[in-house]
Design a protein around this ligand. Sequence first.
Ligand code: AMP
Length: 329
Amino acid sequence: MKPRLISGVQPTGRLHLGNYLGALKNFVDLQNSEKYECFFFIADLHALTENPTPSDLKKNVFDLALDSLAVGLDPHKSVMFLQSQIPSHEKLFWILNTLTSPGEAERMTQFKDKSKTQAKSVNLGLLNYPILMAADVLLYDAEFVPVGEDQLQHLEITRTLARKFNKKFGNIFVEPEALLTNTPRVMSLDEPNKKMSKSRPKGCLFLDDDAEIIKSKIKKAVTDSGKEIVYDPKRKPALANLISVYSALTTWSTKTVEARFKKMSYREFKDRLAELIIRHFEPIQKNKKELAKNLDSVKRVLASGAKTANEIANQKLLEIKKKIGFLVY
Ligand code: AMP
């Protein structure tokens, strides 16, 4: 049997280059490697932490499903589902809450950051986010979780909770490992010391940005002092970020990118990078437009994924409940 992997993305708006290089492109590569049994879900329960309106939530869910299919996730190869259609996630979430101390949740960097950036709408969902994530993963006995670097701390809580549960009630959970890409942390184009995020739209390249916007954002991207194209994350973090994006989209090593552009100016390199991104995004944008013509088929993909996911998750929840001592008939 192939090892299982699982990952989710929140439907909270437009996907960006960080989501793509840190997660989605990797999902597609892992799926196509045929080495894993792949489960990918749209984390709509997690998205509630941002208090979307009902119409925004619906739109974002369809958008993310379309994006996932457009970049190359294939429902014949991967199980694709919507988190809210699998009730066992919420049930295991509650059980895992009772094994988590408030301090463990409160020290999560993402919670601390979001408490500041969305100060007006901090909610307990944000605090409990990593516990729901643990439930998402542990229900499926996933051995691997492909994520960006920002999720490593949450994955550590998942591992801790698996250990705690196994110790208290008997071995039942697998401790999952992260699968990182070579670009686990794509940085913001205008503030290269911060991760690329839709909350900093100026420094963020969105998957659906058109050619002119991509050119302009890359042109304006901050670069470091000096003139040479060298990959030096310590001395030239902004340029290193651009070089790793180039490297990720070509699968050339950063050394090869460096050698290839050695004689060019920053401006020329940025022009080439913009062209590369435009060429890379174009077919994805085209696929998405085509797929959007048939939303019923997207719904069918998610319904079929939910059926498979529910079978696995319900069975696992039953085993978990027996271990805990719930009466199960
Ligand atoms: P989220 O939108 O938080 O659900 O993130 C979806 C996926 O994208 C997660 O695996 C994140 O780790 C990944 N991700 C988000 N931002 C970045 C970034 N700037 N660089 C690399 N990966 C990222």
